[in-house]
Design a protein around this ligand. Structure first.
Ligand SMILES: Nc1nc2c(ncn2[C@@H]2O[C@H](COP(=O)(O)OP(=O)(O)OP(=O)(O)O)[C@@H](O)[C@H]2O)c(=O)[nH]1
Ligand SMILES: [Mg+2]
Length: 296
C-alpha cells in the first residue's frame, strides 16, 4: 500500500464508517504532506503541555474512536516495566468520540491530532514525542483491549537485558482467542513470507504489543499512514537491529469496531506493505546484514 492508500470507509469521498459518523466529526487525511502540518501542531502542543522529560519507558497507545475501551487499557499499564518508571502516551487520532478525555481521566498523557490520519501516522507522532522527551524504551499497545499491557514487562526486560533491540509479541507463540480463521491463516502466511524475505523467524507480523529501544523508533523510516506494523518490523531487521518475538495473549475485541476493513482488503494492503518495504530497503539491508540473509 502507498502512503495515500485509504482504508475502506476512510476516504473523504467514501461514506464514513459508522463510528466516525458523528456530526462535526474531524476530517480524515491519508496525505502525508497534509498530515505533516497536523503532526507538527500535535507535537508542539504536546511539548507545550508537557515540557518535562518523559519516563524511561513510554507506552504508546494509538486510538481512534476507542472511548469505550481506552481508559481500561490505560489503567492496566503497570506503573513500572522491567523495574523502570512508565508514562502512558495516547495519540488521539481525530476521534469523534470522547477517547481523549477518557484517556486523560485514566492518567495518560495525550497527544491530539486534529484530523484522523491513520494508525501508522499516529505511531509516528508518538515516536517523535517519546524520543524528544528522552524516553529510553518505547512500547506499544492497542486501545481496543485485545492485549494485556502487563505482558510488556517481559518484553521490556529483554531489551534491558540487552538480548534484543526490538521485541514483538506473537499470538502464535502465546494464545490467540479468535473465531476468524482467515485472519489466523493470514498471520501464518505473512509470518512465513516475512521470514523468507528477511531471514529472521517471524510468527506474528501484526501484533499490537511491541517494545523497542528508542533508537529503533528514531532510525526506521516509516511511510505507511495506516498499516505500519510490518513496515516497522522489516525496517528494524533491515537496519541491523536484533529482533525477537515474545509469547503474548490476544483476546477478542469486545467493544468498539475494527478500523482495518474486511479480510480481503486487509490482506491485500498487508501484502503490498510487506513487498514494497522489503524492496525499498534492499540497499539498507545489504549494508547492515551479513551476506545471504533472507532474499535481500
Ligand atoms: N490513531 C489511530 N489509531 C487507529 C486508527 N485505526 C486503528 N487505530 C488503533 O489501532 C489499534 C488497532 O486497530 P484495530 O482496528 O483494532 O485493528 P486490528 O487490531 O489490527 O484489527 P482487529 O482484529 O479487527 O481489531 C486500536 O487501538 C485502534 O484504535 C487510526 O486511524 N488512528
Ligand atoms: Mg484490534
Amino acid at each position: 500500500m502507498t502512503d495515500t492508500d485509504v482504508p475502506p470507509g476512510a476516504g473523504p469521498t467514501q461514506t464514513p464508517s459508522a463510528d466516525a459518523a458523528a456530526p462535526n466529526a474531524p476530517p480524515r487525511t491519508r496525505d502525508p504532506l497534509e498530515a505533516r502540518g497536523v503532526n507538527d501542531d500535535a507535537v508542539a502542543a504536546f511539548r507545550r503541555e508537557h515540557p518535562d522529560r518523559l519516563a524511561e519507558v513510554v507506552v504508546v497507545i494509538p486510538a481512534y474512536n476507542e472511548g469505550a475501551s481506552v481508559a481500561g487499557v490505560v489503567s492496566s499499564v503497570p506503573a513500572r516495566l522491567a523495574g523502570m518508571p512508565v508514562d502512558v502516551l495516547v495519540v488521539d487520532d481525530g476521534s469523534a468520540d470522547d477517547t481523549g478525555a477518557r484517556a486523560r481521566e485514566a492518567g495518560a498523557l495525550v497527544a491530539t491530532l486534529r484530523a484522523n490520519t491513520g494508525q501508522g501516522n499516529a505511531f509516528k507522532v508518538a515516536y517523535r514525542v517519546a524520543c524528544a522527551g528522552g524516553a529510553r524504551y518505547v512500547a506499544t499497545a492497542d486501545a481496543d483491549g485485545q492485549f494485556d499491557p502487563k505482558e510488556l514487562d517481559a518484553m521490556v526486560a529483554m531489551l534491558a537485558d540487552d538480548r534484543a533491540d526490538f521485541v514483538t509479541g506473537s499470538r502464535r507463540l502465546g494464545v490467540a482467542h479468535t473465531d476468524d480463521s482467515v485472519r489466523a491463516l493470514g498471520v501464518v502466511v505473512f509470518g512465513t513470507l516475512i521470514s523468507i524475505l528477511t531471514g529472521v523467524r517471524v510468527t506474528d507480523p501484526a501484533n499490537g504489543l511491541r517494545a523497542m529501544r528508542a533508537e529503533v523508533a528514531a532510525t526506521v523510516e516509516l511511510r505507511q499512514m495506516q498499516y505500519q506494523s510490518s513496515e516497522l518490523l522489516i525496517g528494524a531487521i533491515a537496519n541491523g537491529f536484533r529482533v525477537l518475538e515474545a509469547p503474548v495473549t490476544m483476546r477478542k475485541r469486545h467493544v468498539g469496531a475494527s478500523k482495518k476493513g474486511g479480510n480481503l482488503v486487509y490482506g491485500w494492503r498487508f501484502t503490498k506493505v510487506v513487498l514494497s518495504t522489503w524492496w525499498r530497503l534492499r540497499a539498507v539491508a545489504r549494508r547492515n546484514l551479513p551476506a545471504r540473509q533472507g532474499l535481500w
